[in-house]
Design a protein around this ligand. Structure first.
Ligand code: ZN
Length: 326
């Protein structure tokens, strides 16, 4: 592997910690074990690793605490436990929101919580007119280093769980969901292929967010920047089980394909992980979930950024990858 000291900068990624102070359980299909209590110990190891390797920032890809906390009235406490681990390091952490954030908290509560890291976008960033986005959408961009741009997306902007039941976005999302999913339990997927993505625990991107993203990427094209995007939900069918795919993944993909600045798309949500390289050369990485990772191993990565490529150094069940730019 190339000399890491020569990297322009580096960053850490971790997904689906889903901490809860409860005994181990299983996923919905009972095919995978979930290590609810131990997940924070794996996060601790990752944070220690990033402190030692002096990464420039960390992106937490969503589902930091598990939905089980809600019924136990332990949401605040669980979030404090997870945030305390991040606070042991001086590295800036950027948080993406997943479905489990919304099982625990309302959008308004999240906006005022330590999981809202949009304020960190200002540092080292030349925030432009592209930054203007509605207050109720949690998406932002920043430049981690000259000629590089990071974009954090809100995959529950157009969804049932990410929006208050009285809102128009909730009603539109419910209509779309019920058009594709006739099950009594909307968390049970429709039977067929990519249609399986129409479940309540997924969501999508509003037209407003897609227009904002298009503006951000247009500016990045003009500035000849390399863009990395982060989202809880994957958007490429070859990088995930279809049951974890964003509802309007196709709209998002067509925007990515229209901009030469786009290099890498990183998501969580599918705990088994996934990877593909799109025909356009953009790499789609779905990071393995910490919650379904055995206490003897781990699942996180450090990405070293160079002029011509990124080197993803995986830990535990996350594999190393060489990511040449398109
Ligand atoms: Zn999720």
């Amino acid at each position: 592997m190339e000399d890491r000291a020569r990297a322009l900068f580096s960053f850490g990624i971790i997904a689906d910690v889903q901490f809860a102070d409860i005994d181990d359980g299983t996923n919905y299909r009972k095919t995978r074990r979930r290590f609810y209590r131990n997940s924070v110990a794996l996060l601790r190891d990752a944070v220690r690793h990033w402190e030692e390797t002096r990464v420039n920032c960390v992106i937490q890809l969503g589902d930091a605490i598990d939905g089980h906390n809600k019924s136990r009235d332990a949401s605040e406490q669980a979030l404090d436990t997870v945030m305390a681990e991040f606070e042991k390091s001086s590295v800036d952490v950027h948080h993406v929101w997943g479905n489990h954030e919304f099982y625990n908290f309302s959008r308004e509560t999240l906006m005022a919580s330590p999981l809202n890291s949009a304020g960190k976008a200002g540092a080292g960033s030349d925030r432009a007119e592209s930054d203007l986005i509605a207050d109720d959408i949690y998406a932002y961009e920043f430049s981690p280093a000259p000629r590089f741009r990071f974009v954090l997306l809100d995959a529950y902007d157009a969804s049932v769980i990410g929006r208050d039941a009285s809102s128009e976005k909730h009603q539109q999302a419910m209509k779309l969901l019920q058009k594709h999913n006739s099950n009594a339990d909307l968390n049970t997927p429709p039977v067929c292929g990519l249609e399986q993505r129409f479940v309540k625990f997924n969501g999508g991107f509003s037209a407003e967010q897609l227009q904002w993203l298009d503006r951000v990427l247009t500016l990045a094209d003009q500035r000849q920047e390399r863009v990395t995007l982060f989202s809880h939900l994957p958007v490429h069918p070859d990088a995930t089980d279809p049951i974890c795919l964003a509802w309007n993944y196709d709209e998002l993909l067509s925007i990515l394909r229209a901009h030469k600045s786009v290099a890498i798309f990183i998501s969580g949500h599918d705990h088994d992980g996934g990877f593909c390289t799109d025909a356009s050369g953009v790499h789609h990485i779905t990071l393995e979930g910490v919650i379904e990772t055995h206490p003897d191993t781990n699942a996180f990565a450090t990405v070293y950024v160079y002029e011509d490529q990124m080197l993803l150094k995986g830990n535990g069940r996350t594999a190393d990858r060489v990511l040449k730019y398109p």
